[in-house]
Design a protein around this ligand. Structure first.
Ligand SMILES: NC(=O)c1ccc[n+]([C@@H]2O[C@H](COP(=O)([O-])OP(=O)(O)OC[C@H]3O[C@@H](n4cnc5c(N)ncnc54)[C@H](O)[C@@H]3O)[C@@H](O)[C@H]2O)c1
Length: 264
C-alpha cells in the first residue's frame, strides 16, 4: 500500500484507453480510483478487477467504483467513496465516453443517439468536473502546495468531420470547449486543465471498424503509419499529471501519430 501521495480518478478505467491511463499513472506512483459503468462482480478476471490487479503489482493502490458518468447522482457517490478511500482527489481524468451504437449518416442520425452521446460524452464530464473542481479548491485551502489538475480525453473528432457519426464529433467539440472554459476559470487557483486528443487507438471502441482503419493507416492517413495504443495516450496523460507541462494550462495535446499535420 502506498502513502496516497497523489491520487488520480480515472473514468472509464475498466478497459481500453482508461486502462492504459491507469497503468501509466500507476507507474508514476499515483494511487488510482478507477470508475466504470461496468463492474461485474461475477467475473473477477475482467474490467476494473483486472486493472486493479495490474495496478497493484506496481505497488500503488486501486479503488474500483461502479458509476455512470452521465448520472449526477453517481457523481456524488463516486466523490464520497473516493474521499472515504483516499481523503482527496489530485487528478481527474475524464476519459469515459461512447461511440454511437450504430453509425448513421448525419442526414439519418436520430435524436436518441444525439442525446445519448451528448449526455455521456459532454454533459456528464462537465458536471463531474464542476463538482471535483470545487473539491480541489477546498483541498488547496488546506494544502496550498498541492498541484491538482484535470485532463479531458476528447478526440481528433473535436475538429475532424466524420459525417457517419456526427453526434460523436459534436459531443467531442463540446468537451473540448468544456476543457478550455474550465482551464480559464480554474487558472486563478493554480488548477491546470488540459485536453488530450487521441487519434485512431486500438480498443474495443474501434474494434468494429478495425479493417477500415487498417486500410486507412496503410494508405498513409496516419503519418506515423501505425495504430495508436492505450499506452500512447496513458504516457501523454502521465506527463501532464506529473506537471511536466505545468506552464501550459489549456493545452490541446494531440496523440494521433501526426494526423494533426495538414497535407497538400
Ligand atoms: N479508441 C479510439 O480510437 C479513440 C479515439 C479518440 C478518442 N477516444 C476516446 O477515448 C475514451 C476511451 O475510449 P476507448 O477507446 O478506451 O473506449 P472503450 O469502449 O474501449 O472503453 C470505454 C470505457 O468507458 C466505460 N464507460 C462507457 N460508458 C460509461 C459511462 N456512462 N460511465 C462510466 N464509464 C463508462 C466502458 O465501460 C469502458 O470501460 C472515450 O472518451 C473515447 O471517445 C477513443
Amino acid at each position: 500500500m502506498s502513502k496516497h501521495s497523489s491520487v488520480a480518478l480515472v473514468t472509464g478505467a475498466g478497459q481500453g484507453i482508461g486502462r492504459g491511463i491507469s497503468l501509466e499513472l500507476a507507474k508514476n506512483g499515483f494511487d488510482i480510483i478507477g470508475m466504470d459503468i461496468i463492474h461485474d462482480a461475477e467475473n473477477k478476471k475482467v474490467g476494473l478487477f483486472e486493472v486493479k490487479e495490474k495496478v497493484e503489482e506496481l505497488n500503488v493502490s486501486f479503488l474500483p467504483i461502479q458509476g455512470d458518468v452521465s448520472s449526477l447522482e453517481d457523481h456524488e457517490k463516486v466523490i464520497n467513496q473516493s474521499l472515504e478511500g483516499f481523503g482527496k482527489i489530485d487528478v481527474l481524468v475524464n476519459n469515459a465516453g461512447v461511440a454511437p451504437k450504430k453509425r448513421l449518416d448525419i442526414l439519418e442520425t436520430t435524436p436518441e443517439s444525439y442525446d445519448r452521446l451528448l449526455s455521456i460524452n459532454a454533459r456528464g464530464p462537465f458536471f463531474l468536473t464542476q463538482k471535483i473542481a470545487n473539491q480541489m479548491i477546498k483541498q488547496l485551502k488546506e494544502n496550498p502546495e498541492s498541484k491538482p489538475c484535470i485532463i479531458f480525453i476528447s478526440s481528433i473528432s473535436a475538429s475532424v468531420s466524420s459525417p457517419s457519426r456526427a453526434e460523436y464529433c459534436v459531443s467531442k467539440a463540446a468537451l473540448s470547449q468544456t476543457a478550455r472554459v474550465f482551464a480559464d476559470r480554474l487558472s486563478e487557483y493554480g488548477i491546470n486543465v488540459y485536453e488530450v486528443r487521441p487519434g485512431i487507438i486500438q480498443t474495443e471502441m474501434t474494434a468494429p471498424v478495425r479493417e477500415k482503419y487498417d486500410k486507412l493507416i496503410k494508405e498513409g492517413r496516419v503519418p506515423q503509419k501505425r495504430w495508436g495504443f492505450p499506452e500512447d495516450v496513458g504516457k501523454a496523460v502521465a506527463a501532464l499529471a506529473r506537471g511536466d507541462l505545468g506552464y501550459s494550462t489549456g493545452l490541446i495535446l494531440e496523440v494521433s501519430g501526426g494526423m494533426n499535420i495538414s497535407r497538400l
